[in-house]
Design a protein around this ligand. Sequence first.
Ligand code: GNR
Ligand code: NI
Length: 167
Amino acid sequence: MAILNILHYPDERLRRRAQPVERVDARIRKLADDMLETMYDAPGIGLAAVQVGALDRVVVIDVSEDKSDPLVLVNPEILHREGEIKMEEGCLSVPSIYESVTRAQRVRVRALDLDGAPFELEAEDLLAVCIQHEIDHLDGKLFVDYLSELKRQRVRKKMEKLRRKTL
Ligand code: GNR
Ligand code: NI
């Protein structure tokens, strides 16, 4: 296992689109393993491969209180969305920024597991929000893209300031 480097906004590599996994092999299992370790270490409730510079459609999630319920989704697809929920989101790639985003309250998702077997999952509230947030990452999209131009400008300024401090 290894802790991977997480890319930070506005790194252009966060805008790349991940490609479907053709075969769930040892490389993908190692990537998922390393991503879980990186997510728990951060700590965060989700992580998408694009955030660690890998262009495979892989996400890991654990929304449990005690970090005991790891979920790996390979090639996740939303089959159905329902309702609306507004939630304050954060992102490991946009540290120290928390803003409200409106998303579907309930989703039905299809994905492959680490054996390459397809499965479906019904999710609501925080898990549904997290799944949508992670799938966005696989498409090069960040939660700040949903904010007004004014708010995004504020986020950019804050990130630039943070970067100057840590350089
Ligand atoms: O750790 C995370 N918390 C979170 C909170 C509300 C909505 C989404 C998230 S995902 C985030 C981890 C992350 O950046 N995943 O890509
Ligand atoms: Ni994120």
